[in-house]
Design a binder for this molecule. Structure first.
Ligand code: NAI
Ligand code: MG
Length: 361
C-alpha cells in the first residue's frame, strides 16, 4: 500500500506555503516516491467550516495517515473566539492524540545564508545539528502546578518537574536511532548538579546508550550546553534534552541559522501497536504570519524542508530527501531570495516563484 501524507495547511501563510509543497509531490513520486496525499482543515479554517479547530473526521485521517504535514494556525480573525474553539486547539488535539512526545528541531545553515547568521560565517557555515526535545513531560505538565495566596500580600507559585524512567528512555531511543542515520553522536543535556530529574535523566540515557554501541554519547550541563551552542555549534550532532531546556536551546539554535521562514520541525510519537509505524507530524517552526499573509511573499522553504524531514524520517525516502534539500541549497546558491532572507546582489522573488525554482532544481 502507498504511504499516505495528510496535509493540514491551516491559516494565514500556511496554505500559501503548502501550495509550493504540492508542486513538489508529483516530482518526488516520479522519482521512486510512491505516496498519496489528502487534505483537511485545521485551525481557524476548520473553526469557520465546522465550528471546531479540527473535525473528528479530519482527526481520523490524521491518525490513519503515515504522516501529517501541518502548516500554521491562528490569526486576528479568531482572536475573540471562545477558548475551546481557538485555532491552537487543533494543534494541541493533534499533538495529544498522535501522542507526539519527541520534538525534532534541526539547525541547518545553508552556505549561501551563512552571512545572515548572528554568528561568524566560519562558526555556522555547513552547520547541521538536530535538537531532540522531550515534549509531553517535565515542568510544563508536572503536578502540583499552583499559585497559592499566602495571605500576607505574598503568593507562592509552584511548578513541578516530573520525569519517569520510561519517558526518558523513549526519548533517548529516538535520539540514538536518529544519530545512527547522521554523524553518530548524541549529547545529552540536563542539570544533574541541582535537579533530581537531571540525575535520573543522566542515568537512564547512559544505560539506554549501551544498546547503541556505534553511537558516541556525552553529557553536558544544560547551561554549559547553551554556551557551547553559541561558542562552537558545529561540535554537536544530536542533542537530547528535556521539555524546558529543549524549548530554550532549540530557539537559540534556530537563531544561529537566520530566518524563521527557513526552519522545519518534526514531532514523533509512539509506534502504532498493530503496524509498528511511528506516528509523526511535520511542520514549519513559524506561525501563520498575518502581517504578510495574502501578499504572496512568504518564504515556503520551512514548509518544503518539513516535507524533506518527512521523506527522511517517516517514509525512508532518504535519496529524495537529500535531493530536495540539495535543490533548496542550489536555489539559494543561485541568489534567489524571498524578502525575509533578501541580501545585497540577490534577486527578490515571491512565494510561488521560490517554489517553482525549487521544483525546477
Ligand atoms: P509568526 O511566526 O507567524 O511570525 C513572526 C514574524 O516572522 C512575522 O513578522 C512574520 O511575517 C515572519 N515570518 C514567519 N514566517 C515567515 C515566512 N515563512 N516567510 C517570511 N516571513 C515569515 O509568529 P507570530 O507573529 O508570533 O504569530 C502569528 C500567528 O501565528 C498567531 O496567531 C500565533 O498564535 C500563530 N502561531 C502559530 C503557530 C503554529 O501554528 N504552529 C506557531 C507560532 C505562532
Ligand atoms: Mg518556544
Amino acid at each position: 500500500a502507498a504511504r499516505t501524507l495528510f496535509l493540514l495547511p491551516g491559516d494565514g501563510i500556511g496554505p500559501e506555503a503548502m501550495r509550493e509543497v504540492e508542486k513538489l509531490i508529483p516530482i518526488l513520486n516520479e522519482r521512486g516516491g510512491g505516496f498519496e496525499t489528502r487534505s483537511g482543515l485545521v485551525g481557524g479554517a476548520a473553526v469557520d467550516a465546522h465550528g471546531a479547530a479540527i473535525s473528528d473526521e479530519d482527526m481520523g485521517h490524521a491518525l490513519a495517515a503515515d504522516a501529517v504535514l501541518f502548516g500554521a494556525v491562528g490569526g486576528p480573525k479568531w482572536d475573540g473566539v471562545p477558548y475551546e474553539v481557538r485555532p491552537e486547539a487543533g494543534l494541541l488535539r493533534l499533538r495529544k492524540e498522535l501522542q507526539l512526545f519527541a520534538n525534532l528541531r534541526p539547525a541547518i545553515c545553508y552556505p549561501a545564508l551563512a552571512d545572515a547568521s548572528s554568528l561568524k560565517r566560519e562558526l555556522v557555515d555547513g552547520l547541521d545539528i538536530l535538537i531532540v526535545r522531550e515534549l509531553t513531560g517535565g515542568v510544563y505538565f508536572g503536578e502540583p502546578k499552583t499559585i497559592t495566596d499566602l495571605g500576607n500580600g505574598q503568593k507562592r507559585a509552584v511548578d513541578t518537574q516530573v520525569y519517569d524512567t520510561f519517558e526518558i528512555e523513549r526519548i533517548a531511543r529516538v535520539a540514538f536511532e536518529l544519530a545512527k542515520t547522521r554523524k553518530g553522536r548524541v549529547t545529552s543535556m540536563e542539570k544533574r548538579n541541582v535537579m533530581k530529574s537531571g540525575v535520573l535523566w543522566n542515568e537512564v540515557v547512559t544505560r539506554t546508550g549501551k544498546d547503541y554501541p556505534d553511537v558516541a554519547l556525552d553529557h553536558m550541563l544544560a547551561d554549559a550546553g547553551g554556551m557551547q551552542l553559541v561558542r562552537n555549534p558545529k561540535q554537536f550532532d544530536v542533542i537530547v534534552t528535556d521539555n524546558l531546556f529543549g524549548d530554550m536551546l532549540s530557539d537559540v539554535a534556530a537563531m544561529l541559522t537566520g530566518s524563521l521562514g527557513m526552519l522545519p520541525s518534526a514531532s514523533l510519537g509512539a509506534p502504532d501497536e498493530t503496524t509498528g509505524k511511528r506516528r509523526a507530524m511535520y511542520e514549519p517552526v513559524h506561525g501563520s504570519a498575518p502581517d504578510i499573509a495574502g501578499k504572496g511573499v512568504a518564504n515556503p522553504i520551512a514548509m518544503i524542508a518539513s516535507l524533506a524531514m518527512c521523506l527522511r524520517y517517516s517514509f525512508g525516502m532518504v535519496t529524495q530527501a537529500d535531493a530536495l534539500e540539495a535543490a533548496v541549497a542550489e536555489v539559494l546558491d543561485s541568489g534567489i531570495r524571498t524578502p525575509d532572507i533578501m541580501a545585497p546582489g540577490c534577486r527578490e522573488v515571491g512565494t510561488a516563484e521560490m517554489g517553482d525554482a525549487v521544483a525546477a532544481a
